[in-house]
Design a protein around this ligand. Structure first.
Ligand code: SF4
Ligand code: SF4
Length: 438
């Protein structure tokens, strides 16, 4: 507790000069117009907790929970306030106080410490959700109004429940995928926990595109979870335990560890900070974090083998917060999409504003999550795309859920899936040239 307080007081919170430049970009401030729901207001609150001027209590932790940790405030902050780190530390402090009800804490710990570390349990959970969604049980509960017995928040959560792919689609990626064409090196690839169960197509395409670009891809068979979710939601002990498993799974070495999920990549690049006070792991974590590279960033930097298949599509790219703000990567995915023949990128306002997924925000704060998703859909409707593209599993599922109501027939894909379609179309037409895009 003291170490956290010191970090909050001495190194982070005092950087804020209260200029207010972050207010217009903060989605929760824009929704409510309430200073307490702004980055500046939350910094006051975090300092008050750290300085013990205020106790975390049920009626004072609301704005800690309602923050998306989207880090849009960091992008515009002239003082370099590290808001994401402060909020993660504050949430970790709050979890240890009576302000967090025993039941809520137990459920979170159960999920973060006893489900996420075990791929088989994540699979069972996904299967249960699929059974609920597809067996008619959900339809029955909705039709008879029985879902309302579980409370208003559950009704909203139910609206956001994504489609879960059948078991047959969740094929384990091979431990090693060979490079195609001219070999350019070998990379590690994070398959992830939730992404593998809910969006296996995005992983498959990410690996296929790397191979198409001449990179052999190695996937650890233990399929570790990177710890992004517990880190985001204030269980730093669980996050560290998962991070250790991830570091061990990839082993020592100098080959890049490529990550196509923005939230996971952002957390893995910050392992050095996560273990800063652990003398046993600090150096190893820092070395590992230096190897982590976002999938878009990696391919854009290496030079993409030009995709040849023409896809005449208007594409809207919705930027994941953990790519645009946490990793400051915005141009790379757009350059990859622009390399696809026939693709026109259609800009839309709010493309880098949170869609309301924010890790498990759609579970913990479904009302605000739906409001943010509604705004995103209105902005997307203005752009009238044929297809929506993103680069993070949470955003992918959230946008898919929104589009099924607001933009019927408009598919949501990962950047990698669209690129893979172009490579496949090119191969079919026998046009693949292997030339590099400029
Ligand atoms: S932009 Fe930065 S310095 Fe200004 S109020 Fe926001 S957090 Fe504080
Ligand atoms: S992280 Fe996002 S929601 Fe939280 S204060 Fe910053 S801009 Fe607002």
């Amino acid at each position: 507790m003291d170490a956290h307080e010191k970090i909050l007081l001495d190194q982070r919170a005092l950087d804020c000069v209260h200029c207010g430049l972050c207010l217009p970009v903060c989605p929760t401030y824009r929704l409510t117009g309430n200073e307490a729901a702004s980055p500046r207001g939350r910094i006051y609150l975090m300092r008050a907790f750290a300085e013990k001027r205020m106790e975390p209590a049920v009626d004072t932790i609301g704005e800690v929970d309602k923050c998306l940790v989207c880090r849009a405030c960091e992008t515009v902050c002239p003082s370099g306030v590290q808001f994401g780190e402060m909020m993660e530390l504050t949430r970790d402090l709050v979890e240890a106080t009576p302000a967090r009800g025993g039941f809520a804490r137990r459920v979170k710990r159960l999920f973060f410490r006893h489900v996420l570390p075990h791929p088989a349990r994540v699979r069972w959970l996904a299967l249960l959700l699929r059974f609920y969604r597809e067996s008619g049980l959900r339809f029955l509960l909705q039709k008879l109004g029985l879902i309302e017995l579980f409370g208003a928040k559950t009704v909203l959560r139910d609206r956001l429940l994504p489609a879960i792919p059948p078991l047959a689609e969740r094929v384990e990626p091979p431990e090693r995928t060979a490079a195609l064409g001219q070999p350019r090196g070998e990379v590690g690839f994070l398959v992830g926990c939730v992404a593998h169960e809910l969006l296996p197509g995005a992983n498959r395409a990410s690996i296929a595109v790397l191979a198409e670009n001449g990179f052999a891809v190695r996937c650890p068979t233990s399929r570790p979870c990177c710890g992004a979710l517990p880190s985001h939601f204030g269980d730093l002990e669980a996050a560290r335990s998962l991070a250790r498993q991830t570091i061990e799974a990839f082993g020592e070495g100098s080959d890049p560890v490529v990550v196509s999920s923005a939230g996971c990549g952002s957390a893995m690049k910050e392992y050095g900070r996560l273990f800063a006070h652990d003398p046993q792991w600090a150096e190893r974590a820092k070395r590992f974090a230096a190897r982590v590279v976002d999938w878009n960033e990696f391919l854009a930097a290496k030079g993409l083998v030009a995709p040849q298949g023409r896809l005449d599509l208007k594409v809207a790219y919705s930027e994941p917060c953990h790519l645009a703000h946490a990793q400051r990567i915005s141009a790379a995915p757009k350059s990859l999409l622009a390399a696809i023949p026939g693709v026109t990128l259609v800009p839309f306002s709010g493309s880098d504003t949170c869609c309301g997924a924010a890790g498990l925000y759609n579970v913990t704060q479904p009302e605000q999550s739906l409001q943010l998703l509604g705004q995103k859909m209105e902005q997307l409707k203005g752009a009238a795309p044929d297809l929506i593209v993103t680069a993070n599993p949470g955003c992918h599922l959230q946008l898919r859920s929104g589009a099924s109501d607001a933009l019927p027939g408009v598919e949501v894909l990962h950047v990698a899936e669209l690129l893979e379609r172009s490579y496949r179309a090119g191969a079919k037409s026998g046009d693949a040239s292997g030339a590099k895009a400029s």
